[in-house]
Ligand binder design. Structure first.
Ligand SMILES: [Fe+2]
Ligand SMILES: [Fe+2]
Length: 309
């Protein structure tokens, strides 16, 4: 890298960081964790709620609670994180998401379902390895880019899921849960998405050619929906997509969903390549989950709107 490119990148870093820091401060001020006593847990028909959205409550409460482990993973993955990242995930994101998880878990128990069993501390070997490699600055920037991209896909999925869940609860007549659980949760997710979007755009502009190549290659090889580490969890995620009618058995619906999840990632990593409309690995990962859920029912089409978790 020549000196003027390096200077330009340094200038950009200084220009954008305060914007990101302001965003994080604002998120912290405007969106404190949802007060646990603000929730009205009135459920009119628990069995119907469990039958229709049990898979969603179970999945979302687990992944929201697992942010506790995600922060442990981040401490390993990014041994030397920029202060704004640390401030975001430790002081703003973690407390917000933890309350989402606690509240959703209470809803599912009141609906007669088993409480969540989140994995709070078991960090995978793969991650520890990346963390060890991350002591080299150039690798840590790759890890950080992967973290932002994962965040983007995850938060976008959360926004879409909570929008659908909110509408579905109103349809069921569960107004209290819709208004005091899902509505306040879904107001907090777009701020997380915006954070990752700003951070990802800024960092991508600073990465060199080899780093971009590694990021593209690793995303292609390792993309998976959040919270899916085992076959069983893949089936659970398939049921969530089915209950929320994101996968209905029609590939066009699933592709539409994949496009929404992968929009920013596509724009950053792949848009320069003509003819690639959505990262295909995202569509394929979602389709694998939809198929796994359908096969378990002995049916090759996921049954929309049902859940038997
Ligand atoms: Fe959340
Ligand atoms: Fe979030």
């Amino acid at each position: 890298m020549n000196a003027s490119v390096s200077r330009r990148r340094g200038d950009r870093r200084r220009r954008n960081r305060p914007k990101l820091a302001d965003h994080v401060d604002r998120l912290g001020e405007e969106h404190p964790p949802i007060p646990l006593d603000s929730v009205d847990y009135t459920i009119h028909r628990p069995a119907e709620l469990a039958g229709r959205f049990g898979s969603v409550l179970s999945y979302m409460s687990r992944v929201e609670l697992e942010v506790e482990r995600n922060v442990l993973e981040l401490n390993i993955l990014l041994p030397d994180p920029p202060e704004v990242d640390r401030h975001f995930y430790a002081d703003v994101w973690l407390p917000q998401e933890t309350h989402h998880g606690i509240i959703l878990d209470r809803v599912q128990v009141l609906a007669g379902l088993e409480p969540a069993e989140p994995n709070l501390d078991d960090v995978s070997f793969k991650l520890k390895l990346l963390g060890a490699l991350g002591r080299a600055r150039g690798i840590q920037d790759v890890s950080r880019m992967l973290y932002y991209l994962t965040g983007l896909a995850t938060e976008r999925s959360a926004v879409l899921a909570y929008n659908k869940l909110h509408a579905g609860l109103l349809e069921l007549g569960e107004r209290a849960i819709a208004a005091t659980v899902v509505a306040p949760i879904k107001r907090q997710e777009p701020g997380h998405f915006a954070y990752y979007q700003m951070a990802a755009r800024e960092l991508w502009a600073q990465l060199g050619g080899w780093q971009r190549w590694v990021v593209r290659t690793l995303r292609k090889r390792t993309f998976g929906p959040v919270g899916v580490d085992t076959d069983r969890q893949r089936v659970e995620f398939g049921k969530v997509m089915s209950a929320l009618e994101m996968s209905t058995g029609d590939a066009a619906d699933l592709r539409h969903y994949a496009r929404q999840v992968g929009r920013v990632e596509h724009e950053l990593l792949w848009a320069h390549r003509q003819g690639v409309r959505v990262p295909d690995y995202i569509f394929k990962a979602l389709r694998r989950a939809a198929e796994a859920a359908a096969e378990l029912k002995g049916d090759h089409r996921p049954a929309a709107g049902r859940s038997d978790l």
